[in-house]
Structure formats: C-alpha cells, structure tokens
Design a binder for this molecule. Structure first.
Ligand code: ATP
Length: 304
C-alpha cells in the first residue's frame, strides 16, 4: 500500500510530560483518516509536528516516503495543506481577498484558479461580504479553500467541525467527501467525537495519552461494531462444521470463542452443536456501537 504519511515511534516530550509517546501510524494514499482522541490526547501535537511547526523529541515520520530529516521534506510539505486549530483567514477581508492574499504569500504567479476554488467550497456568491460576517461553517470552508491554494494532495484538518451547528457539519462533511472523491485528496482529520467522522472516514487511528491504541479500517470497525453473539465452545472444528451446514455467518476469534452474526435461532443452534458433540459453555450478546467501541478501547488502554 502507498502511504502519504507514516510515523515511526514518534515522541514529543515537554519536560517530563510525553505529549506523544512512541506513536506509529499510517495514512494510506486516498484515505480519509479519522484521528480520534479525547481533548489533550496529543492530536494537535502530532499535526504540529508533521506540519513542521515543532520538532519531534525522538522517532521520525515520512511524507510521501521522504523522512523528516531528509533534504526533500520541504518539497513534500508543499504538497500538504493544513488547518491547525483555527483557519488562517483574515476576518476583515472577503473570501476572494483572502485567497488573493494566500496566493501572494505562496508566490503563485496569477490569480487564476481562485474562481474555481470559491466555487469548489461553495463561496462563489459571497461577493463583498467580509469573513467576519460568515457563519462558522463558511469560515471553515474558506479556511479549506485557503489550505487548497497551491493545489496540495494531502489536507490535514484539526477538529474541523468543532463547535459547528448541524448544517455547518453537513456542509464540511460534503466538501471533504467531494474533495476526496473528485480530486483524490487524502485527508487526516482529527476529532474527539468518533460519530462525526463515522460517515466519512475510510481509516481510523485512536490516540490516548500520546499513544496510538489502534489503527483500523472503516470496514474492520463496522464488523467490530456489528451485533453478534459471542459463543465459547468445547470443539471449534465441530462448531465450524455445524455453522457451515446451517449457512450462518461467523467469525472464529480463538480456538474456544467465535462470533455468530445475523438472526441465529439460539435453541436450534445449541441443539445442533450438542448433537455434533460440541458443548456451549458461555454465550453473550455483543452490540458495540462506534462510541462504545471507542470507550472500551480507551478505557482498556490505560498506561503510565
Ligand atoms: P485538544 O483537542 O484539546 O486540542 P489534543 O489531542 O489536540 O487535544 P494536544 O493539544 O496535542 O491535544 O495536547 C496534548 C498534551 O500536551 C496536552 O496535555 C497539552 O496540555 C500538552 N501540551 C501541548 N503543548 C504543550 C507545551 N507547549 N508545553 C507543555 N505541554 C503541552
């Protein structure tokens, strides 16, 4: 798999406090990577490091395969746009003036492309209206347009929907999906609310106390959150034979445990297993919603 960003045992220490602790993560090309963690987990710190705003204490990261210590890292960083904490926009300027200013800062030769950018983020009709009179959602979309000047193919957004109303959230979500699908832009998006990203993300990284607890694809997460019955059995081979015979969907977790999905008729299943010489020694229903999956992960991942 091709990765836009990888980090390898990245650490950022402030005196004795480890804001990032041996963090290893992988953002595949074309992904919308949801970087999930509570307030203070270390999300912004990671983003500040990869944007070159701070140096790691130890460990390393690569952008498009170029290590942070390598000569070409500056060039790779120009392929990246970002919004760290709040969008970098001038409130006394219109949307167009903000983009003109960004073009000037980047040294882009002409204003060509500004109209397209304004259309892309849905701000083509804002005319003389200054950014200070924009809604939060409009400001964030303008921030994204500013981050898109220079045509990056990797966008890093730090809590882009924080504090936004439902309408603003929908607008940002749709814009991110559009940029990902139509312009093949890879995203790294941090959030402390898993649910907000669950309709967008193709991959997730869960961070807590500076450590990456788990990396998981959206499909894997969905499977992990499906309703199922966890059975503990005495004979896994017989279990597999019976389940295959009954046409039931299952997933073997260990040599004693398996999850059964769908609407299984429990009595018929247990009887069929008993007839095949396989006893069920424990059985419980599992119904992990995304949020409880996250809580069980964070709760189970305590450390020093
Ligand atoms: P939030 O959503 O609240 O911004 P976050 O996951 O982005 O949370 P960070 O901003 O990365 O968290 O902060 C991680 C930890 O590092 C926090 O406990 C914070 O107080 C600490 N921290 C960040 N910058 C510094 C600094 N310059 N000096 C000391 N501690 C810091």
């Amino acid at each position: 798999m091709e990765y836009v960003l990888t980090t390898d045992r990245l650490c950022k220490q402030y005196k004795h406090f480890k804001a990032l602790n041996q963090l290893t993560m992988h953002v595949p090309k074309g992904a919308i990577y949801g970087f999930i963690g509570k307030n203070g987990a270390g999300k912004t710190t990671l983003i500040r490091l990869i944007c070159g705003l701070q140096e790691p204490t130890s460990g390393e990261y690569s952008l498009y395969g170029e290590k942070n210590s390598g000569k070409g890292i500056g060039k790779m960083r120009r392929r990246m746009g970002s919004i760290v904490e709040t969008p970098s926009i001038y409130l006394d300027m219109t949307a167009r003036e903000n983009l003109q200013e960004q073009y000037r800062i980047l040294g882009l030769p002409s204003d060509r492309g500004i109209d397209d950018l304004l259309r892309l983020v849905g701000l083509a009709d804002t005319g003389k209206k200054k950014a200070k009179n924009f809604s939060l959602g409009m400001r964030q979309r303008l921030g994204i347009a500013v981050a898109l000047a220079g045509s990056p193919d990797f966008l890093v957004l730090d809590e882009p929907i924080n504090g936004m109303d439902p309408q603003g959230i929908v607008e940002i979500r749709e814009l991110i999906l559009k940029l990902n699908q139509e312009q093949q832009i890879t995203f790294l998006i941090s959030s402390h609310i898993l649910d907000e990203l669950s309709r967008l993300a193709t991959h997730y990284g869960f961070i807590d106390n500076g450590r990456l607890l788990r990396e998981i694809s959206a499909e894997e997460l969905e499977a992990a959150c499906r309703k199922c019955i966890r059975l503990t059995v005495t004979d896994m081979k017989a279990f597999i034979r019976v389940l295959d015979g009954m046409g039931l969907e299952y997933n073997v977790c260990s040599d004693r445990e398996a999850d059964v999905f769908g609407e299984a008729e429990i009595t018929a299943l247990v009887v069929a297993l008993a007839e095949a010489g396989c006893r069920v020694t424990a059985l419980h229903e599992r119904d992990e919603s995304l949020e409880s999956y996250y809580i069980s992960l964070v709760g189970g991942g305590r450390h020093e």
